[in-house]
Ligand binder design. Sequence first.
Ligand SMILES: [Zn+2]
Ligand SMILES: [Zn+2]
Length: 471
Amino acid sequence: MEKTHCHYHSAQPATWHCVPCQRHYGDCCIPLNEDAPEETPACPLCRDPLSFLGAANTAQPFWERIPSFFAYGCQPSPLAFSAILALASLFMPSIILLWIALFSVATKYFHSVIEASSQAEKTAPHLLSAFTGEGFSLFFKQLAVFFIAMAALWLAADFNSEALFWVVNIGILLVMPASIIRLALDKTLSAALSPDEVGQVIKAMGWRYLILCAFLFILWQSPTWVTYMLSHGLPKVVLVPVAAFLFGYFGVVMCAMMGYAVFQYQGPLGYVIADEDGQAAFPAPEYQRRRALAEAEIRVKEGQSPQALETLAQALQRTPDDLKLNERYHQLLFGLNARERCLHHLAHYLPQAARMSPALAATALLNARQLKPDYLPDDALVCEKVAGALLERHKTREGLSLLRNLHQRFPDYPHIPRAYLLAARGFAEGLGQVEPAQKLLAFVRMRYPDSPLGADIAALEATLSRLAAKV
Ligand SMILES: [Zn+2]
Ligand SMILES: [Zn+2]
């Protein structure tokens, strides 16, 4: 199965699906409400409840996290489990019932590792859980599966055809992991032996199932090879517990890998398991804000701009001073060429943007000028701030136009010297016009002799006169 992505953000994995709309959504488009965690999110387009895809598209492929499976086996519980196997191999008397009990406990522990790992739990199951509760019969079920496999192999050997024997042998090797996974998840022998159920596991993973088999085969061989390499010169009393310990450790690593493969392919396997780290949820106000922004974006991409406007307008009624909502609303109105509404909204948005993000305010003013060439904000501070941002962006003429005759338009504005100093810099640096800059500065010096900016004005005047002398 290939990964599915958000219909609107092709880099984001899909986590939700709307069947009627045939749309996949990522977490990018579907924020969650922290204050109502049980609420199923609704489709932004049709409002039907969405179906959760789990981590099917977000999970990291198992072959990219091989080291983490080895690390998984190094946790205290799996190590203690392996140590018990090692000790038992040394000291346990050869009473068949005792050994059956031990294998039963071991099988139960292996299966609980598959189960926990399939839920993306990062800590291994506690060792005690292997000795308590239900599930000891798993051993006999697993044993039955192995017996049937052996019987098939034995039958194949009877045909005196080496080719047939190997086909059956490899076939069993390939089917076994899927069967073990089925048994761990469904706990029934019928599921572990059912070609349908086992086939579903293989089908869900596709050719990647072969990767899993290859890794499992290597792991399965590892204890044998390690013991083989150690066998030269080491006494049996050391070798047997080492082999038993490695059997336990590599068994846990294999089970962790099989379990994670189930987690990764939960979608096609028909399981829905929450994400590894859980999805981010937001407190109600932030959730509503994010939902409005996401929905507006989706509506625009679907060509439903009026509905997008409606969504943003509703959100703005709740939080009129949210900069991002206002910015989106402004851009949408401007994009739709809704002249009157856009100019009306600017009266609210421009002062806010000038206060919080002058760069956004500069963009908004340039937009406004396209709708109305002589647009002027009716607030002196807004004019000054936006002019500053425009000058910084080298939109000198637009910036200067906001400062023209500021002292006449706003006679009570206390920062005229500061604004005109800015304008003088704009003339000199932006347009290379020294003369109007000098005139402005002379005006400020005469009209506002007590301005605390006197030193700055004098410094700029000195620079300008040096420039003028050079020309
Ligand atoms: Zn998205
Ligand atoms: Zn829908």
